[in-house]
Write a protein that binds this ligand. Structure first.
Ligand SMILES: NC(=O)c1ccc[n+]([C@@H]2O[C@H](COP(=O)([O-])OP(=O)(O)OC[C@H]3O[C@@H](n4cnc5c(N)ncnc54)[C@H](O)[C@@H]3O)[C@@H](O)[C@H]2O)c1
Length: 257
């Protein structure tokens, strides 16, 4: 197991027991880090229940909507410094965008998806920077739909493409602070957000059947890559998209069903 003893880490985006952010927060805490989490107000009671089930594991839980500067600022003030890593496990597109042709997406729907799923990485970083020490890392979560067309992903694919470009631009602009920025591109995992995708059950079925490793992806698999990116083992890795998908993204053609 990687040791993260002495590191203070913030994991954004816990909504339920199935959240990638929740598995990551627990995994990082088991590696010895002091872990803080954030949640949206609408998930507060679920998150409090989760904390109740693992007493003492998580150092603090903070309400934070990433579209609200005051909440972001309050969260960082409550946590204080130094901060060694930030995990951005936040994403959203209006559900109606999954079910209509991409040219029907309204300016408001487009803006909301891009604002929450991509721009929020910049917004949170701006508030985090005074607390992040040299050698720290920022990690976000993306999906293959940001690089290729995955049926039904639509607006979220555009938002993930923007997020991955944001990772590269941000890596350049914070590199001189000694801060690294990367994205983990996870294969499909059954979470609240993922279940909103009409095509999700097909994606979930395809990966173990087609991928080189013939294995499903778990939140634990994603958490392990996040632990690596939080650790000094990855101290020269920045501006990258790292796939945790059992090799699915390496394929150029698929065997017949
Ligand atoms: N589940 C998958 O198959 C999968 C695959 C690849 C990437 N991802 C990405 O992983 C990330 C986490 O998603 P998940 O699958 O764990 O689902 P999830 O539903 O558990 O997490 C999504 C989180 O985004 C948060 N969020 C949405 N709008 C917000 C806002 N305005 N302010 C603050 N938080 C907000 C929600 O509160 C929730 O905690 C997302 O970016 C998602 O796109 C998921």
């Amino acid at each position: 197991m990687i040791s993260l003893a002495g590191k203070r880490i913030l994991v954004l985006g816990v909504a339920s027991a199935e959240s990638i952010a929740w598995a990551t927060a627990q995994g990082l805490a088991h590696c010895g880090a002091e872990v803080h989490i954030s949640y949206q107000q609408r998930f507060r009671s679920r998150v409090m229940q989760l904390l109740h089930e693992v007493p003492g594991l998580i150092a603090g839980a903070h309400r934070c909507d990433v579209t609200n500067d005051a909440e972001i600022q309050q969260m960082f003030q409550a946590i204080g410094g130094p901060l060694h890593s930030l995990i951005h496990g936040v994403g959203y597109a209006p559900p109606e965008t999954f079910g209509k042709p991409i040219y029907e997406v309204t300016p408001e729907e487009f803006s909301q998806a891009a604002l929450i799923s991509a721009h929020s990485l910049l917004r949170v970083t701006r508030f985090a920077l005074p607390f992040l020490v040299a050698g720290s890392s920022i990690t976000t979560l993306t999906y293959l739909g940001g690089q290729r067309v995955v049926p039904g992903y639509r607006m979220m694919g555009i938002a993930k493409a923007a997020l991955e470009a944001t990772v590269r631009e941000l890596a350049v602009d914070v590199g001189h602070h000694g801060v690294r920025v990367n994205a983990v591109s996870a294969g499909p995992v059954a979470t609240l957000s993922a279940m909103a995708l009409p095509s999700f059950s097909t994606m979930l079925e395809q990966y173990p059947r087609i991928s080189p490793l013939h294995a499903p992806i778990t939140t634990h698999d994603v958490a392990k890559m996040c632990a690596f990116l939080c650790s000094d083992l990855s101290d020269k890795v920045t501006g990258q998209v790292l796939f945790v998908d059992a090799g699915y993204s390496a394929l150029g053609a698929y065997p017949p069903a």
